[in-house]
Design a protein around this ligand. Structure first.
Ligand SMILES: CC(C)(COP(=O)(O)OP(=O)(O)OC[C@H]1O[C@@H](n2cnc3c(N)ncnc32)[C@H](O)[C@@H]1OP(=O)(O)O)[C@@H](O)C(=O)NCCC(=O)NCCS
Length: 146
């Protein structure tokens, strides 16, 4: 599996295929939320299988919001989601962000906690799914952020 950072325009069709399958078909997230018009300004991370097929995706917005993390069902539970998330965290640090945040689906809170995210505030509904606000502040280690 190869994990790469891309602009939306470089891989729009492949990103759309994964998000339409996971958020659209599987989770019934409304189109206007899945495709909120913010993708152009975000950095995107993809996971490509051995034959080049994109099996997972996620994005980082300029304000440090991580989101749209989706792994095709067949490829879950193999560490792909964690690798996408770590690449997004690395990109955030390289950009000089001091912290990142996200809106986690309640069922995925444990996944983000494993990478150090902390719950913040009360549950809320987004696209008919219960979410939690989560934050990860980077340690000021004087390294990658400079
Ligand atoms: C949530 C999702 C991105 C996780 O991706 P994944 O590739 O299956 O996760 P990984 O295999 O990298 O898991 C990394 C660790 O998190 C844990 N984990 C994975 N999904 C979890 C979940 N839903 N709740 C709690 N822990 C979870 C794994 O057990 C693993 O722990 P380990 O290292 O101790 O074995 C994936 O299940 C997915 O795409 N789900 C549908 C879309 C979705 O819910 N996206 C998140 C929106 S906020």
């Amino acid at each position: 599996m190869t994990i790469v950072l891309v602009e939306f325009s470089e891989a729009e069709i492949e990103i759309r295929a994964v998000r339409d399958t996971v958020f659209g078909d599987e989770q019934n997230v409304p189109q206007e939320i899945n495709w909120d018009g913010n993708d152009e300004e975000c950095l995107h991370v993809l996971a490509r299988g051995r034959r080049g097929k994109v099996v997972a995706t996620g994005r980082l917005a300029p304000d440090g919001k991580i989101g749209r993390l989706a792994v095709l069902r067949l490829h879950r539970g193999k560490g792909v989601g964690a690798r996408i998330l770590r690449k997004l965290l690395e990109a955030a640090r390289v950009r000089g962000l001091s912290q990142v945040y996200l809106h986690a689906q309640a069922q995925a809170v444990g996944f983000y906690e494993q990478e150090g995210f902390q719950l913040c505030g009360a549950p809320f509904s987004e696209g008919g799914i219960t979410h939690r606000h989560m934050v990860l502040a980077f340690q000021d280690d004087g390294g990658e952020t400079g």
